[in-house]
Design a protein around this ligand. Structure first.
Ligand code: SF4
Length: 289
């Protein structure tokens, strides 16, 4: 019954209509079954462009330009910078230390001062990530948008509100999870992150993972999922199963980006299935299959 209530809260927050079954005099709210949802838009473009209805092919240009990853290390929690950079080395906090040796304060300072890729020139500020630094659930999105760049926090604005509703339906407040992005700085014009930018920024995220030690990772959206899993598969094919991330095999679930769900509400029941999978993993002690 509690699950039903949570599901209903999520669906209603998402604007999904529910109907009521009456069984032996008991009213039970039911969402439409996911497999009844049509539309099939598995291509996901999670970065909104005002006034433009975008359907961007999910893989074009992103992974084609990425250096090949050895199969055994794909997605590994390897905090060595793939490009040999020392982002923000001039900052006194942790100066000279490798990223994988930094504590939280040093890491945050390093990110704030980072100039390792061209995005530092156009950002208002770096968006480090927020939440419980000992969280069981780590949520990883793509990159800051305009609102995030202004406020210095990930997932604000309408997409952030939707993420909050999703978390609430799972039984979490935002403060109880840790939320970060693949990129810490906003790509201008809300364009997709470039492979070289993601490579430069990756050590920061990997260090955050090492520090948080999450039980489950939720990869939110195409860029996040494809980058973490080293794949060009669309989100629609990556979701619906549990991946193992890194040498520790952290269970990783893929779902749609809230910004995409705002534009494609018919996909929300599928997102709810993904969230239920995360809840099950957390409840089960989180082991990847
Ligand atoms: Fe540094 Fe990452 Fe920002 Fe690029 S996006 S400047 S690598 S913090």
């Amino acid at each position: 019954m509690r699950d039903q209530l949570r599901r209903r809260q999520y669906l209603e927050a998402m604007g999904i209509q529910t109907w009521t079954l009456r069984v032996a005099g008991v009213a039970v709210a039911e969402p439409p079954p996911a497999d009844a949802v049509v539309g099939g838009a598995e291509l996901e473009s999670e970065r909104p462009v005002p006034g433009v209805e975008v359907q961007v092919p999910p893989t074009e240009g992103y992974f084609e330009a990425r250096p090949p990853q050895p199969a055994e290390s794909a997605g590994a929690v390897n905090v060595t910078s793939p490009v040999g950079v020392g982002p923000g080395e001039a900052h006194p906090a942790g100066k000279g230390a490798a990223v994988e040796q930094l504590d939280w304060a040093q890491l945050e300072a390093r990110v704030a001062d980072c100039g390792a890729c061209g995005l530092h020139a156009t950002r208002t500020q770096a968006v480090f990530g927020v939440g419980d630094r000992n969280a069981d659930l780590l949520i990883i999105g793509e990159a800051p948008g305009a609102d995030e760049d202004r406020q210095g926090k990930p997932f604000v604005g309408r997409a952030g509100q939707l993420l909050n509703a999703m978390l609430f339906a799972m039984g979490f407040q935002r403060e109880q999870v840790f939320v970060a992005n693949i990129l810490k700085c906003r790509p201008p014009g809300n364009r997709d992150p470039r492979p070289e930018e993601a490579a430069h920024c990756e050590p920061f995220l990997l260090r955050q993972m090492e520090l948080v030690q999450p039980k489950v990772i939720l990869a939110v959206g195409r860029i996040s999922a494809q980058h973490l899993l080293r794949t060009a598969e669309p989100v629609g094919r990556l979701r619906g199963r549990v991946h193992a991330f890194g040498s520790r095999g952290i269970p990783l679930v893929v779902t749609y980006h809230p910004a995409y769900l705002l534009r494609s509400p018919d996909q929300k029941p599928k997102a709810w299935q993904d969230l239920q999978r995360v809840m099950q993993l957390l409840g089960d002690g989180a082991t990847a299959s």
